[in-house]
Design a protein around this ligand. Structure first.
Ligand SMILES: [Zn+2]
Length: 452
């Protein structure tokens, strides 16, 4: 499809029928990024105040919370006033989900289920307003790297759902908007050739996906004598995992010396920050209040703090002072790229892994994570691949909600993904041990750790 047509007609029309003001927000972000930090601050303060007034009036959970804290959003003087409110934890979201949504959200609410990046399964809701702002932020950052709406974007992305009508609709939409999705779970030594051929036909301008999967794909292609650099991709956008320096270097080299631009965000947190051409992670200031917290206090530049988010456009299910479990440092000073948004640095966390199937496929850990976390009453879990055909699943349940056939479903689901010869043991436990780093990892594969 002609990129100009996609950019000017098809995509704007699609967003309009979806009820999202994505392109208006994109224009607004373009305008705001060239303003001074003080001017951007004014916009954020106004948006924050509006959000908090809305939350007080329309969301019972927050109305109670504000009353309890003696907090009156109408009387706010500065952004920092939100520090008088308590943090929002994943556990609170789980317990209060029914009292946290805005029933009258324009365009309705969309339910999502996520593992988060370092916690437990979490159900949450999106509204159109938030989706549109997150999309606009993504478009803006793509433009920083010379990729505009309508340019060809290849997704190497996890999509565990079986083919449904909705997927076929998405396929059609992808064709119309110059996007192509290749499932990250399909990357294997045996079909890397076919994937490569599909990419060659598509001729992508940019590649978006998990760095671990892109790195793996490039390595496998090279092993088979294929040259990923010949695909003509101009930039890689990595996301959803920690991007290691060695990965960045390897991906860049394998794809012909192109830049790798990393983004930080999550399903529930949204599109939080992204690298510019100067290699700094700019926070999407007009859409967020981001705090870096240690022992309940903000940390100074150069120190690690937990990322705490307030999404200024999540009106359907407000996230106010949401503790992400991810760690980063606040950035300092203006950036020479010209964008006035603040920065963050040294992002840690978000590590995921692969599992290896007996027939030699490297599957992204999310393929098995989805199976377990979708079962009701699973509070926390960890999947350990001890040997190629030996998988152990530790599950901490909420007993009254965990179904009697829970274990059976986990076994069947994992065998479907990995192969029937894999022995799956499900053990119910009272707590899940953390990694030495203190971080929770859903999947640890001792097989994958041995390397390709
Ligand atoms: Zn910059």
């Amino acid at each position: 499809m002609n990129p100009y047509l996609v950019r000017k007609v098809i995509y704007p029309f699609h967003e309009q029928i979806m009820g999202r003001k994505t392109f208006e927000h994109l224009a607004e972000l373009e305008r705001l990024q060239s303003l001074s930090p003080a001017q951007i601050e004014e916009v954020r303060f106004r948006k924050l105040r509006e959000l908090l007034i809305h939350a007080q009036q329309n969301i019972p959970f927050y109305a109670d919370r504000f009353t309890h804290a003696g907090f009156e959003p109408q009387k706010m003087q500065a952004i920092d006033d939100i520090r008088r409110l308590p943090f929002l934890t994943k556990a609170e979201i789980k317990q209060n989900i029914d009292r946290m949504t805005w029933k009258d959200s324009p365009g309705g609410l969309h339910r999502y289920n996520t593992g988060g990046s370092s916690g437990e399964p979490l159900i949450f809701y999106f509204d159109k307003r938030r989706q549109a702002w997150d999309k606009a932020a993504r478009m803006l950052t793509h433009r920083w790297w010379g990729v505009d709406v309508g340019d060809k974007e290849l997704y190497l992305w996890g999509s565990p759902v079986e083919e449904t009508r909705q997927d076929r609709m998405k396929e059609l939409r992808d064709k119309l908007t110059n996007e192509l999705l290749i499932s990250a779970f399909e990357v294997s030594q045996s079909n890397v050739g076919a994937i490569f051929a599909a990419m060659q036909r598509f001729q992508p301008d940019c590649l978006f996906g998990y760095p671990s999967t892109i790195d793996l794909f490039a390595q496998m292609a090279k092993k088979q004598g294929l040259d990923p650099a010949s695909l003509g991709i101009s930039v890689v956008f990595s996301t959803a995992e920690l991007l290691y320096d060695h990965q960045r270097k390897a991906i860049s080299e394998q794809l012909g010396g192109i830049p790798v631009a990393d983004g930080y965000g999550s399903r529930e947190g949204g599109f939080v920050s992204h690298e510019c051409r100067e290699g700094r992670y700019h926070v999407m200031d007009p859409n967020y209040v981001v705090e870096f917290i240690q022992e309940d206090q903000p940390v100074p530049t150069g120190e690690d703090g937990e990322i705490v988010l307030t999404h200024l456009d999540a009106w359907g299910m407000p996230l106010i002072r949401y503790k992400t479990g991810d760690v980063a440092q606040p950035g300092e000073g203006a950036c020479s790229c010209g964008c006035g948004f603040s920065t963050m640095q040294a992002i840690r966390g978000r590590t995921t892994d692969f599992v290896v199937t007996p027939d030699g496929r490297w599957q992204h850990a999310l393929s098995v994570i989805y199976i377990v976390r979708d079962i009701e009453g699973v509070d926390e879990f960890k999947i350990i691949q001890h040997e190629l055909e030996d998988v152990e699943v530790l599950v901490k349940t909420i007993p009254e909600r965990y179904p009697t056939d829970g274990a059976e479903r986990i076994v069947a689901g994992i065998q479907k993904r990995m192969g029937d010869s894999v022995r799956v043991r499900v053990n119910l436990v009272d707590s899940i041990p953390r990694e030495a780093s203190g971080k929770h990892r859903y999947v640890v594969s001792k097989v994958a750790h041995k390397g390709l």
